[in-house]
Design a protein around this ligand. Structure first.
Ligand code: ATP
Length: 263
């Protein structure tokens, strides 16, 4: 019989930085992001919602996130940030740094792909989707819902299904409560820093983890090429710096996609 995960154990393992977070574990849901976004008006504290099975996961721009049963960790963290809306652009990159730190502690080496992916051996290991809602009580605050899907196994099937390279952790029997605790602790401490100082403290680490540093890439907007050049890191506004034939351009986080050039 499968023992259901314990919120208490996750909280105990996550420690003091995550003490104010309510932890929920559900057997199955459509999308943990959708669940938390719908509840924002009633939320009074940060919430971590972990679904053992997620059936309608979402990516950016309405894209789908697949999570084959028992082969992925899918969860969302709702958090209230007192920051101006324009300071939010670096958050998906800071989340990448926090996840990469967490996975390093768990023995998994990762790199980051601008703006929101975690790669392992050049293929996508995890995706991050951040959605926001205003706080009706406090106009200076924003609720962010940070959704994460991490492949534990099944990367070969996913690759075949999606016709693109997908990575996984390579181990399905991990201590999932401990992994969730490490993610929660790293995300909580990152969010505390981000709220005070924005993305700036994470720039150096992000650039050191950049999977595409110095590479020739194209930036696509709905399949149409916007820019073509060599990557030169991100700045404190989380914009990707690209050296093109027309000089350096700064690409803001939006719904654009980054791809290696095909030669
Ligand atoms: P891209 O990764 O193409 O640059 P993106 O960063 O906007 O785009 P996301 O919104 O993060 O993409 O994720 C959605 C995309 O990820 C889907 O279109 C699909 O190609 C891919 N995908 C879906 N499920 C998985 C999964 N479990 N593992 C890896 N990739 C996946």
């Amino acid at each position: 019989m499968q023992v259901s995960p314990s919120s208490e154990r996750i909280a105990a393992l996550a420690g003091a930085t995550a003490a104010q977070v309510a932890i929920e574990v559900v057997a199955e849901t459509g999308s943990t992001n959708a669940d938390l976004l719908a509840r924002v008006p009633q939320l009074t504290q940060p919430v971590l919602r972990w679904a053992l099975a997620q059936t309608a996961g979402r990516g950016r721009a309405g894209r789908q996130w697949l999570a084959p049963e028992n082969s992925a960790l899918t969860f969302s963290l709702a958090w209230r940030l007192r920051i101006p809306l324009q300071a939010l652009s670096g958050l998906s990159l800071a989340v990448g740094v926090a996840l990469s730190r967490a996975l390093a502690q768990l023995g998994v080496d990762t790199r980051l792909k601008w703006p929101n992916d975690l790669l392992r051996d050049g293929a996508k290991l995890a995706g991050v989707l951040i959605e926001t809602a205003i706080d009706r009580q406090d106009r200076q605050a924003i609720w962010v819902v940070i959704g994460i899907g991490l492949n534990l196994t099944q990367s070969q099937n996913l690759s075949a299904q999606l016709a693109r390279a997908v990575a996984d952790v390579g181990e399905v029997h991990v201590d999932r409560e401990q992994w969730m605790a490490v993610f929660l602790a790293e995300l909580s401490s990152m969010l505390a820093v981000f709220e005070q100082e924005g993305f700036a403290p994470f720039v150096g680490e992000w650039n050191a983890l950049d999977a595409y540093a110095g590479r020739e890439v194209v930036i696509l907007d709905q399949g149409r090429e916007l820019h073509h050049g060599y990557t030169a890191g991100v700045d404190a506004s989380a914009c990707l710096q690209l050296d093109t034939q027309e000089g350096r351009v700064s690409v803001a986080v939006g719904d654009v996609s980054l791809r290696m050039t095909e030669h």
